[in-house]
Unconditional design. Structure first.
Length: 271
């Protein structure tokens, strides 16, 4: 129905994402001139700048070029899921769970390992729920084409994400140089803080990559089925978004239940 415009629209989304990422990165550079003390807020502002610009751009092209708002809703669903997954990753790598794991080290290495594994297992649940919701929303508005667009939307600000990911090795190398050249302890303390934040940004980038893989999997399965001439398989057809969403959510329930059990064991051991 949409014709060739449906093929070109994802390319437009990616191009808009590149421009938005460039603007977001330069926003960070401008903010650095004001010497804002909290580094993560600077990165967050740049990230959200890219997100807002991309949403505006996708809306304009979906309404006036493609003339189909379902494509807009699907793309924004994937993009929003990616942003929320990033916030979830940030929470588990720099917020309350880290402090709890640190406190558990007081009672020994066993409780530290148990608590760390518990939070690691728990951290998989929320992103998977977000991905499933993104698939369901995208499929509702634009079918399998919408699911593909959600994956495109999730990775459309890849420029900003990769810049965050590249920050980690740079900070780590700076710390290594400071150590090898025997700099003052104060210098090493600063590089350690940079390295710690670099680990968080690397985790956020990996979360985006994993999220896009799930959307791409459904699109590839559907494309293969159509090419192979496979018809409908009934109510348990994996090409249906609700079936795949159920599989994804069900797959993380063992991790969630194991996390609850391990956290109970760790808390009991610290009494």
């Amino acid at each position: 129905i949409l014709g060739d415009k449906a093929i070109i629209f994802p390319l437009i989304v990616v191009a808009t994402g590149i421009i938005s990422s460039i603007v977001g990165i330069y926003t960070i550079k401008i903010l650095l001139k004001y010497k804002i003390p909290i580094m993560k807020n600077i990165l967050l502002i740049g990230f959200l700048t890219s997100w807002i610009l991309l949403v505006i751009g996708v809306f304009i092209f979906a309404k006036f070029y493609l003339n189909y708002m379902g494509a807009f809703y699907s793309t924004v669903a994937g993009l929003t899921a990616g942003v929320l997954i990033g916030f979830s990753t940030n929470y588990y790598t720099i917020k309350r769970p880290i402090r709890i794991i640190s406190d558990s080290a007081i009672t020994g290495p066993a409780t530290t390992i148990i608590t760390g594994i518990a939070f690691g297992l728990e951290s998989t649940f929320f992103p998977m729920v977000l991905l499933s919701l993104s698939m369901l929303i995208s499929y509702y508005f634009a079918g399998i084409y919408g699911v593909s667009l959600s994956g495109v939307g999730l990775l459309s600000i890849l420029g900003t994400i990769l810049s965050l990911d590249a920050y980690g090795p740079i900070a780590d190398n700076a710390g290594g140089i400071a150590e090898m050249t025997k700099q003052e302890p104060k210098v090493r303390e600063i590089t350690d803080r940079l390295d710690m934040f670099g680990n968080t940004t690397a985790a956020i980038a990996k979360a985006f990559a994993v999220g896009a893989t799930a959307a791409a999997a459904l699109s590839l399965i559907t494309a293969y089925a159509e090419k192979a001439g496979i018809g409908e398989l009934g109510s348990l057809d994996i090409r249906q978004s609700n079936v795949l969403a159920g599989i994804l959510i069900g797959s993380v329930f063992p991790a969630l239940l194991s996390s609850i059990t391990l956290k109970a064991v760790g808390e009991t051991a610290q009494l």
